[in-house]
Design a protein around this ligand. Structure first.
Ligand code: ADP
Length: 493
């Protein structure tokens, strides 16, 4: 797939996702609103009649309970009947049965279209008898064509025993279907509720999707700039915590990308510079020697040899570093006398230090052994001592100290040079990092020394570091576990 196609695909996917969030939110809210509306419709409209009927029937029972306790007190009975009749919007008649003759003892007629007050004495008696047959309670539902097309009345008859020995019959008549006006009001209200909820869902999904999507769209724009190599792209969250966290993470990633990019550029520049310098020298001197026979001197040949050696050294360092970083060069652990090995390394500097009047001091103390890769550790010592010699001050002195504490041996290499500024210290272990940015390769190391040191010591799990005071000098150190003969089993790393 070519670049344009990929770019197009990415944009297509991203826009699909953004619209997805808004529509998904809207869809979810609409589903929720529909659920709410269904519940409201179910209770307020579809099941209204049965709810109404049940509550009316409950009202009949409550009225009967109230009446049953005041059957002996005719005044109280009349008051209760009127009060309940008004409360429940029903007509009530109470009869006392005396020798099969029904004598009305309380009555309340509050409803238009009531059957109870239009029934003949025989019909009333029939209702009473039905109730008696039925265990004391009888309910008859009747529709009244004169009142409303869907009107339904219920006559509730209950026989109860009075304290005075007589039987009483309580008859109630009430409408079982809510008034059409109430139904109309509820339906109209339902319409309004539906409109308000749908509009609310739309507004809510719009504002929520804006809240979620706006920072995402902003960040995606910045990400596209970053993808094109614009490291000035800044990610802004805003709105909510997750977006802020994402923006912080992306800003961090952008910073790291920028650092990596400039490091890589610097690395390529340095490597090519470092390879080119000795090659130019070799080429230059060889040409001079070819063209001018008198220049064919041992000194010039030596320069060519020296430069070739530097080139070899540089290539070897690069290879070492890449092997350490790739993890292909693993430490081969062996137990060896660190003190003696360091002393041997320093011995090799003797000729150089004598001729250049450098002073290399070693304060060793007791001999200690460690379990490590000897070659690698000695390379660390070399690199640190080389640097110290390169950077030491006027007194041309380098001090190597060995100290043992808490089962660890520390090798410190101290010089009296210019020291390293605090802000540079974290970076000197990076490849090709130079404090002064002046290319001193012709005089000093390959620029890879400390990164090799770092790689080796980290592969050993060793502690290392530098203490430096600007103007006074630096002390590079590393620490390894001391091992004693007989009490050590080689560690596997
Ligand atoms: P090189 O010494 O070849 O530049 P290194 O990786 O060995 O590369 O060191 C990295 C940088 O750390 C050096 O360029 C120098 O700025 C700083 N540095 C290393 N050792 C010392 C030291 N002993 N004193 C002062 N600066 C040092």
């Amino acid at each position: 797939m070519n670049k344009e196609a990929l770019e197009g695909r990415r944009i297509e996917i991203s826009s699909r996702r953004v619209s997805g969030v808004s529509w998904r939110l809207f869809g979810t809210l609409i589903i929720f609103v529909s659920l709410v509306l269904t519940v409201i419709w179910l209770f307020q409209i579809a099941l209204l009649n049965s709810f109404y009927e049940n509550s009316k029937l409950d009202g009949f029972n409550d009225t009967n309970d109230m009446i049953s306790v005041c059957l002996d007190d005719s005044e109280e009975l009349k008051k209760t009947v009127i009060a309940r009749s008004l409360d429940t919007d029903s007509c009530i008649r109470v009869f006392r049965i005396d020798n099969k003759i029904a004598v009305e003892v309380a009555d309340s007629d509050v409803r238009y279209g009531c059957f109870l007050h239009h029934l003949s004495s025989d019909a009333l008696l029939q209702l009473y008898e039905k109730a008696e047959e039925n265990g004391g309670v009888f309910i008859r539902k009747l529709s009244n064509p004169n009142v409303e097309s869907n009107s339904l009345n219920s006559i509730h008859v209950e026989v109860m025993q009075g304290g005075d020995g007589y039987k009483y019959v309580v008859m109630q008549d009430s409408e079982l279907i809510p008034l059409q006006a109430t139904v109309d009001t509820l339906e109209r209200q339902f319409g309004w509720i539906m409109c308000i909820l749908i509009m609310g869902a739309f507004a809510l999904s719009l504002s929520l999707s804006r809240l979620i999507c706006t920072p995402m769209e902003r960040m995606s724009r910045s990400a596209k700039r970053l993808a094109k190599g614009d490291y000035g792209a800044h990610f802004e969250g805003g709105g909510y915590r997750e977006a802020e966290e994402l923006a912080d993470a992306l800003n961090y990633a952008a910073e790291e990308l920028q650092k990596n990019d400039s490091l890589q550029k610097e690395l390529v520049a340095n490597i090519s510079h470092d390879l080119r310098t000795p090659l130019t020298m070799i080429k230059g001197y060889s040409e001079v020697m070819r063209d001018i026979p008198e220049e064919n001197t041992p000194e010039n040949v030596q320069i060519i040899i020296d430069e070739a050696e530097r080139l070899t050294e540089l290539v070897n360092d690069m290879l070492d570093l890449s092997k350490i970083r790739a993890g292909t060069r693993k430490p081969e652990l062996e137990m060896f006398d660190l003190t003696e090995s360091v002393r041997a390394v320093l011995g090799r500097y003797e000729k150089f230090t004598e001729s250049q009047s450098y002073v290399v001091l070693f304060e060793g103390g007791e001999n200690v052994s460690v379990m490590a890769d000897r070659t690698m550790i000695l390379q660390v010592v070399y690199n640190l001592v080389n640097n110290a010699l390169n950077y030491t001050g006027e007194d041309k002195t380098v001090r190597i100290t060995q100290s043992v504490k808490n089962g660890k041996v520390r090798i410190s290499v101290t010089d009296s040079g210019e020291g390293i500024a605090k802000e540079d210290i974290p970076y000197i272990w990076d490849r090709y990092y130079k404090v002064d940015k002046v290319h001193k390769r012709a005089v000093v190391g390959t620029g890879l020394g400390l990164s090799i040191v770092k790689g080796i010591l980290e592969s050993h799990g060793a502690t290392y570091g530098v203490e430096s005071v600007v103007g006074e000098g630096s002390t590079f150190y590393f620490e390894l576990d001391v091992v004693y003969d007989g009490d050590f089993e080689p560690k596997k790393r």
